[in-house]
Design a protein around this ligand. Structure first.
Ligand code: UT7
Length: 331
């Protein structure tokens, strides 16, 4: 196996808003059923942010928990990188608001727009800062408030998404160790950029009466096409990581896939011939939380004792862009 990048995950944290929306809520909104939602997606319920909560307030709460878990104060953080597609505003970066909520000073804070792959992309960006010597400790956040961008009239999307945030502290270490980041892969198929998008509010379709009439303020997705792409691509990404690291699936303590559809996760699991215990799954409880899904699942697995120091974890995500990312880390 390769020598890892000397980067340790010192702590993780997550935050989910209190309000639970179960599938019956959507039965009263659109022509759908609990049975359809469960069998086609695996989702039973999801969380919705309270009116006074935003992506940055949820991100900051997850970040505080990650700092606490790492035993670190905010003054030890040199950078904040936030993966989000549903930031507080089009600009400035949601990471800037997270910085302000945390009371951090003189910290570089920026967002990465990797949608569902946002957390993996943010970890890679943080790894770059750490390896370039621009930071010793980076707070990486994946936070989303997707319920505010889901069209309540569109049954093909509104049932899918939930709100939440997860965070991790990544630190450069000088210690001789076999822990650290062992593999990263990132990529984008920009020719498929129209498959998932939020058309309104950008330079192509600034807000206007027409934008609202076309429901441009909401997420639009060609779900079936994304599904087909994701099933094939996720398996390929994992195969590639295993091959590069010269390991077999059983060497992984846990696979933490982006939670967009339980059927996608199931097909990958079957292909790898791994038991469910080696998969982190939270889509049944939180729906698709985009950039938050992996760090929330990672945090839950660590806190439940399912992942511990020295374990090999593989994170893999595919989302709007279409953008993907894999990260393998020995914790
Ligand atoms: O996280 C970012 C990446 N996103 C993804 O990876 C999402 C990937 N895509 C998916 O998870 C699935 O494609 C969906 C869950 C979005 C849709 O499931 P599907 O099995 O691909 O359904 P479909 O789009 O092929 O639609 C099948 C039928 C259609 O009816 P007709 O045309 O066959 O009469 C839909 O109108 O199911 C209908 N349908 C629904 N019926 C009841 C779509 N949504 C619903 C619904 N309730 N909520």
């Amino acid at each position: 196996m390769n020598q890892p990048l000397p980067i340790l995950m010192r702590g993780t944290g997550s935050y989910l808003p209190d309000e639970i929306l179960d599938n019956s809520y959507f039965e009263s909104l659109v022509d759908t059923s609990d049975e359809w939602i469960v069998t086609r997606t695996g989702i039973r319920e999801r969380r919705r942010a309270a009116p006074d909560e935003t992506t940055s307030t949820m991100g900051a709460l997850a970040a505080r928990r990650a700092l606490e878990d790492a035993g670190m104060g905010v003054e030890q953080i040199d950078a904040i990188v936030c993966g989000t597609a549903t930031g507080d505003h089009a600009f400035p970066a949601t990471a800037a608001f997270i910085q302000s909520h945390l009371g951090a000073k003189n910290v570089m804070s920026y967002d990465v727009a990797g949608a569902c792959a946002g957390f993996v992309l943010a970890c890679s960006s943080a790894a770059g800062l750490l390896m370039m010597g621009m930071a010793r400790n980076v707070l990486v956040v994946g936070a989303e408030c997707l319920t505010r961008f889901s069209d309540p009239m569109d049954r093909t999307t509104t049932i899918l998404f939930g709100d939440g945030a997860g965070a991790a502290v990544l630190s450069r270490t000088n210690l001789e160790t076999d822990r650290g980041i062992l593999f990263q892969e990132l990529g984008t198929a920009g020719e498929k950029a129209d498959l998932i998008r939020l058309p309104g509010g950008g330079s192509k379709m600034p807000y206007s009466e027409q934008t609202l009439a076309e429901r441009g303020q909401y997420l639009h997705m060609k779900g079936r096409e994304v599904f087909k792409f994701a099933v094939v691509k996720m398996s390929k990404l994992i195969d590639n990581a295993l091959k590069k690291l010269e390991i077999v699936p059983d060497d992984l303590a846990m696979v933490i896939p982006h939670q967009s559809n339980l059927r996608i996760i199931e097909s990958v699991r079957e292909r790898l011939d791994l038991p469910w215990e080696k998969f982190a799954v939270n889509i049944d409880r939180y729906g698709n939380t985009s950039a938050a899904s992996i760090p929330v699942a990672l945090d839950e697995a660590r806190r439940a004792g399912r992942l511990k120091e020295g374990d090999l974890a593989l994170m893999v995500a595919i989302g709007a862009g279409l953008t993907w990312g894999t990260l393998v880390i020995r914790l």
